[in-house]
Each structure stands twice: as C-alpha cells, then as structure tokens.
Design a protein around this ligand. Sequence first.
Ligand SMILES: Nc1ncnc2c1ncn2[C@@H]1O[C@H](COP(=O)(O)OP(=O)(O)OP(=O)(O)O)[C@@H](O)[C@H]1O
Length: 341
Amino acid sequence: MSDADDDAFIAVTDLTKTFRVRRRSGLLRRTTSEVRAVDGISFTLRRGEMTGFIGPNGAGKSTTVKMLTGILTPSGGRLRVAGVDPWKERTRLVRRIGVVFGQRTTLWWDLPLRDSFGLVRRMYRIPRDRFEENLARCVELLELDGLLDVPVRQLSLGQRMRGDITAALLHDPDVLYLDEPTIGLDVISKARVRRFLARLNAERGTTVLLTTHDLSDIEQLCERVVVIDHGRLMYDGALSGLHEVGQGERTLVVDLERELPPVEGITGARTVRTEGPRQWLAFPASASAAPLVSQLVAAYPVVDLSLREPDIEDVIARMYEGSEGRSPSTDSGRPGVQPQR
Ligand SMILES: Nc1ncnc2c1ncn2[C@@H]1O[C@H](COP(=O)(O)OP(=O)(O)OP(=O)(O)O)[C@@H](O)[C@H]1O
C-alpha cells in the first residue's frame, strides 16, 4: 500500500510558525519581536475530502497553506502531505499539489492563456496526450472556449480565475489548495467555479482545502470545516455544527409599504434594526425562513423581502462569545466549543 492510500492523506500535528519582526522604536533603536502566526494546530484530511479552512484576517490560514506547500518551513510540529514532508521534499511534492490564489495570478500576464498553459506543461514535464486531455476537459467544464488566444491581462477576473484553476490542474495533482477562489466574482462566475470544483472532487477524488471568506462557498462545497484564529484551532467538524456552536443567525430584510414601529409577534424572529420602511429580522440559521415569511406577509404590508446569510466573521465572533472565559483550545488541541467529529 502506498502512503497515498493512508487514511490521513494530509496530517498536521502541533504545527507552529513564528516570524521574527524588527520594528523601529524611537529614532535610532530597533527592537525585535516574535509573531506566532500558527500556534500548535493539528488536523488530518482523508484522501478525497473537500474541507473548508476558514478564519478572520490574520488568523494564520495563508501561513499554514504555505507550510503545506513547502514554501515556508515550520518552526515546530510535524507535517505530511501525500506521504511527503513538504519542506524537505518540495520538488517531489510539487507534482502532487496544485495551488490557486484568488488575489494573484500564476499565469503570464502578457501571454495568451494557451501559451501560459504550454509553459506549465514544460515546467511540470506533462506528457503531451495527458496535457491535451486535461486541458480539453477544463476548457469544456470551465467554459474557456474562445478565450485561449486572449492575453491574460485582457481577461475578466472570473475568466482569469478559471484560467488559474486550469493551470493548477494540468499536471493532475492529488491535492488542490484554493485561497479565495471566488473573491470578486459575479454570481454566475461563482456558480461556474463551484460546480467545477464539486465535479473535480467527485470524479477525480482530488483532496481540496478551500480557504474563503464566503460562507456560501463552504456551504455548497464542504461538509467539513476547520476554523483557526490567532493561529489556534477553534473548530474542526461539520458546517452544521459550526452554525450551532456559533449560534449563527440569518437575517430577513423586509421592505414595508411605509415606515412602521419595529415588527413584532413573528415567532422565532426578532427585529434587530429599522431604517425607514426597511426592517431587519434575525432568526436562527438552522430554522426555515418560510414560516416567518408567511406570518410577516399575513400581518404586515410587505413590499419586498430578501435573505442574508451569516458571514464567517459573524459566526466566528459568536463562537468567541459562546466560549468567553475559556481558552480557545483545550489540552487535547480541540477547542472547548468544538463538537465531536
Ligand atoms: N512574513 C511574515 N513576517 C511577519 N509576520 C507575518 C508574515 N506572514 C504573516 N505574518 C503575520 O502572521 C499572522 C498570520 O498571517 P496570515 O497571512 O497567515 O493570516 P491569514 O489568516 O491568511 O489572513 P488573511 O485572511 O488576511 O489572508 C498575521 O499576524 C501576519 O501579520
């Protein structure tokens, strides 16, 4: 049996990363301090799992992904990705992983997409037939037809993102790290990218670690979510459990015919804000909106309605409230607020 068949395809154990930062203090003096970007996190991913990796800005997500890809060396702990130590065997690992950063492209700005892909083929020494087959598949599923001869600089954000995803997959990686793959995309482009990723995971069994601030990316793609903050593991479990732990709330935004006192008497909801004829009603994320809507429409002159999902920052903030007074991590490395997997 190869290491790739092991249950823990990616194993992160007590992983730590500290950076030494030099700061000017006063006119001439400089002081050195330490930033603990990743502070003893542990989790494992099985082969073929698609997992959300989330946390607020500065939580340590990128630093963790950089260690998983071998770009950064850990300060402590252990790491295995597809049986390989990323930092020590980076060149071996590179063939097994693909990386997509939503905020910057790995494509050549002045070259048409086709030429960028050709360079990727040479870099990874991908056999011609394998390359052609993978490219044709991505072009079809990501709807890149007609864009292959366009220079990258002329592509829209959504088109460029689909190009980046293709470039990351041409060498058939076993693991794909995606960092904000839907950031700035319109609804249609987002849907296209999500559909593609779901299919990739289902058909090819690609192990995917998805970093995003968009909770609906996670909702549509991942059953499991790993949350970190201040470099520490806050939660590892089902997305539904995260809502429960974080007591996530959804909001119904209601436009009434005219300005009225705060809406009341709607079972399971409470009015949290009013602004002219518009009112915001919060209710538990796990509850259905349908009964609230019927009660509202029966009792109030409703002109329009829309639903707002909780965002990741909200949910994490609530996790903190829920675990107030407790350390984010228990001795086992699992947080007090974390459910069992
Ligand atoms: N090269 C570096 N030198 C010093 N500090 C760093 C370095 N890289 C990251 N940090 C610090 O480490 C912490 C974690 O940063 P990281 O980029 O991993 O967070 P993140 O969760 O990816 O945030 P974001 O969502 O904003 O991208 C932050 O405090 C950041 O300032």
